[in-house]
Design a protein around this ligand. Structure first.
Ligand code: ATP
Length: 231
């Protein structure tokens, strides 16, 4: 069993050449919670997720997944991931993608559950490459959740979705959270954090500028700054 926190950064810094993408960032995802990482373009959200997943190593500080190094395979069990660059095979049908990824898991969601949660009605027979950007994001979401993840990482899951599709994904996500999944998501949208998150970390220029409940964050950060992370 995984100990609390499920995922954490402590004093984590990451540099790409001359760019300091993250500077001494602390954050924690606790069991049963939805944590939103809010920030504008270039704030460091994807870098933070990449450290938590072990896709990148911090230059300083530490990343932990279930109390272990994120590069440890045991830490990755029960983790679902939807990255920003979620390109899939363009000629495979949606149903083929689902069958393939579901086959990796011992007790995957039924296809009909994936369709319902991710809003894929009528899309199963379509080749991935023929779908709109928003439909492709929904397929990526379905693949991220089909293994019944205990911890789910979503990097800007609703960027490019219209408001109806966005709200549909929020509904699906709430159902998962009610079932016990913990979620760390990145977003540009304050309304997305409002709709989903128990706790919020606001990143700006690679630093944490506010952290806590949405109300606490609102109270601490001046309105101008909050507005700048609202779509
Ligand atoms: P967005 O909302 O646009 O996805 P983000 O908050 O996810 O942004 P990151 O992608 O983490 O931000 O980028 C943080 C900073 O690091 C930015 O200044 C970005 O230009 C820079 N950066 C990210 N990846 C690289 C890379 N591979 N090489 C060089 N610089 C990078």
């Amino acid at each position: 069993r995984c100990e609390i926190p499920l995922a954490s950064l402590s004093g984590a810094s990451k540099r790409y050449g001359g760019t300091l993408a993250l500077e001494e960032v602390d954050l924690e995802l606790r069991a049963g919670q939805v944590l939103a990482l809010l920030g504008t373009n270039g704030a460091g959200k994807t870098t933070a997720v990449s450290l938590l997943l072990g896709l990148l190593e911090p230059d300083a500080g530490q990343a932990r997944l279930c109390g272990r190094s994120p590069r440890d395979l045991a830490a990755r069990q029960g983790v679902g991931v939807m990255l920003q660059s979620g390109a899939l095979a363009p000629t495979l049908a949606v149903s083929e993608h689902l069958d393939l990824v579901r086959s990796y898991y011992p007790d995957p969601l039924h296809v009909s559950e994936c369709v319902a949660i991710a809003g894929l009605d009528g899309l199963l027979a379509r080749r991935y490459g023929t779908l709109s950007g928003g439909q492709q994001r929904r397929v990526q979401f379905a693949l991220a959740i089909c293994g019944r993840p205990r911890v789910l990482f979503l990097d800007e899951p609703t960027t490019g979705l219209d408001i109806e599709a966005r709200q549909g994904l929020w509904r699906g996500l709430r159902a998962l959270v009610a079932g016990g999944t913990s979620v760390l998501l990145t977003t540009h949208y304050l309304e997305e954090a409002e709709a989903l998150a128990d706790r919020v970390v606001v990143l700006a220029g690679g630093r944490v500028v506010a952290e806590g409940s949405l109300d606490a964050v609102r109270a601490r950060v001046d309105q101008r700054r909050i507005r700048c992370v609202t779509a």
